[in-house]
Design a protein around this ligand. Sequence first.
Ligand code: PFF
Ligand code: NA
Length: 438
Amino acid sequence: MAQRESWATRTGFILAAVGSAVGLGNVWRFPYQVGEYGGAAFLVFYLLLIAFVGFPVMMVEFAIGRYTDRNPVGAMKQIGSGVWSKIGWVFLVAGFVILSYYSVVAGWILQYTVIGLQGNYAAGGAGAQFAATTGGLTSVLTHAIFMAAVIGIVAFGIQDGIEFSVKLMVPAILALLVGLAVYAGTLSGAGEAYAYYLSPDLGTMAANWTEILPAAAAQAFFTLSLGMGVMITYASYLGEDRNLAKDGVIIVGLDTLIAFTAGLVAFPILFTADLTETTDGPGFIFVSLSEAFSNIPLGGVLGAIFFATVSIAALSSAISIMEVVTSYLIDEYGVDRKVAVGALGTAIFLLGVPVAYDQSASLVWLVVYDGIANQILLILGGLLLAIFVGWFATDLGLEELDKGVRDLGAWGQAWIWILRVPVIVLLLVVLWQNATGV
Ligand code: PFF
Ligand code: NA
């Protein structure tokens, strides 16, 4: 069999992982979660979970991927026995579901880029504009266009497809978003917006933590691309000599910074525009933000730049999910990459059609897919990984993390103990709440 592929450079791996992490989760999902769950109160829980749950679980995925050099299903077959050898399937199912609706939302983002370029967003009619965007054949078409782009990139493989494209995409996302945040800071509503965004209300936190915590946990997994084997897959293309923890800090840090920056773009624009419509939930950036764009000078151009940035970010995330399922067919069945990507990409496209075609105002299909994937599958995946390495494959994990560090010492023990008790207990509680509350 042909030699397995690998990253050409360390930067290539980091950019690919950052590209995966930074996406709709940061710019579309994060701001509306903040809005729905009490502003800065949500932010505090989210940051704690990123550091104490997200980062340790990312290290688990890196260790398993690099140790096995395999796709998530094959990796668990290689190192797990009994049920553990089967848990890779959770990741594959999650990948299918997430990419299928992620691509639909990305298609709407593409439509909004074009609307901005054509002039401006509908002043006073942002809700109607969003309703016209979602559902029906146009939405299926933009879903198809986005999936075609994903398939096209992943078909070229690790170095010529993913690594090459993220080297262009990730710097572009960073530059565009920082530029937008600086511009947003000059708007008249900026001061008021920062105050709303940045001062946590301890009362809200105490009163609603049972709702905020599970939502923040789901967001933490989603935003870091955890719990479905993306980081296992990407680390499987890595050499032995790298310090996984150091790369992880960069990846987690950049993702968090970008989610935060997205808020610095969105909230000043919202506060500056005299909004006639505001929407919470999945329509947030489409309705409220585009309404705001329609009320500020050069809003169309600005909006087009914003939505183009989001499109790029979505693409660099979507290719990572595509790579998870593709690597499974390549590793386990020796299927040709192009054939694997084409077949799986088509299947994922079809799975997303109900979400794309759905014309209900409440976006029922989207909410259901998002709920299954984020509130159940990703959390379950993360929980299983934490139990597996925390209790059963401890040595494997520690040895792998130690490579490229040489003196992990107490850090390694801290990592294992965080996984063993707090992470597991917390994820069990969250899973229980989500499973009974959905
Ligand atoms: N992390 C991506 C985002 O924030 O948009 C979404 C994502 C990618 C989730 C890959 C899960 C995944 F496996
Ligand atoms: Na993210």
